[in-house]
Design a protein around this ligand. Sequence first.
Ligand code: SAH
Ligand code: NI
Length: 450
Amino acid sequence: MQKNDIIRVQVTDLSHDGLGVVRHEGKVFFVDNALPNEEIDMRILKLAKNISYGKVERWISQSPYRQEDVALAYLRTGIADLGHLAYDQQLLFKAEQVRKSLSKIAGLKESLVLDTLGMEQPLAYRNKAQVPVRRVNGQLETGFFRKQSHDLIPLSDYYIQHPEIDQLINTTRDLLRRLDLKPYDEEAHTGLIRHILVRRGHYSGQLMLVLVTTRPKIFRIEQLIEHLTKSFPNLVSIIQNINDQKTNVILGKAFRTLYGSPTISDQLLGNHYEISAQSFYQVNTPMAEKLYQTAIEFADLTPSDVVIDAYSGIGTIGLSFAKHVKAVYGVEVVKQAVEDAKANAKRNGISNAHYQIGPAEKVMSQWLKDGLVADVIIVDPPRKGLTESFIETSSQMGAKKIVYISCNPATMARDIKYYHQLGYQLIKSQPVDLFPQTHHVECVALLVKV
Ligand code: SAH
Ligand code: NI
């Protein structure tokens, strides 16, 4: 077996990020655009000790679960890495990811993983888009970067974004061309427009446009604003973000409101929120509501409960149930988010939610020292999960229930294993599909003190 050999193999599995898995003569190959149970002629691209890569030369047999819509399936190469798999199979795949993690990492042989809650229409769901702006064949284009590259693939229909977001991107692209504004050139570090971001309120329909530029000055910006606001009456906010760094990070530090308001407003489970360009806000509003509802159901709250909302962002989880409990304590590391959470509490007439800025592990141990007793702790950490000290402190607080919201089953399973050692038992977990057509798995787990 060597590089460039073509071998006939069977695809047995799908990796966590949606690549076909082939096992052959002791090696494990990852193969793009290959689905389980397909027989393929595979060209060996890279042969290594741990992980090898192959490419489909031709299919001998194809999976019945291939996505029929070829344009959607093609987005596999960029913004939708499971776009080539039928949706009901995506849902099974996601529950299986959670099951596997709990068994392999947490050592739970029997764990109750419920069927993934999916969308009826798993398209056009994103309330936010960020698209690169580059020159392709002499013309300014918007689209997506091909996976693991910075090659821009031009696109007009993004499938998974709300169609009005696509329209605003395409109209902005056409105007940038007409006004002869220069796209960013990464290699030369020249040009003006790097990225276009759009947010849209799911219930309000309000639109925000963010232009990420290398320099403060945008020629003919008045014309751009006039055209856009005329074509999009719901466009209530146009923001400029300046990023002059040679970096993959999309946003720079400086924001400037060019038109209208610095925020858009929207609703979530009946509460009203203001969302700014840089706020963390779940990109799929109806499924975020299902996720939070599931967490609230798992918590089974009573009016006398004191609840900690750790990694609280702009407060969306805790504020959803604050009126039905005694008190909510939120902790969050980003200053702007904490200020937003406080303002959001006020805006919705909630006076029993308190927010503390700082790293969750530190604030938790301070709360413990101060004698705070929590009945329920809800955590919603970033991909890297919790720290051991957070887990220890939360168990010392005597919480009867931990509700763990996770976007990474592997770190969630690791943390559940530790909670187990400290006397908590996993009761059930519920995957919720916030990111149809992609490999991303979101899930809620309920742990109860035994
Ligand atoms: N619960 C919110 C936000 C979840 S995203 C929602 O559903 O919208 C995770 C949040 O954790 C982000 O807001 C991030 O800023 C915050 N965060 C990351 N590391 C943290 C830490 N060490 N301590 C506290 N918050 C942290
Ligand atoms: Ni991943």
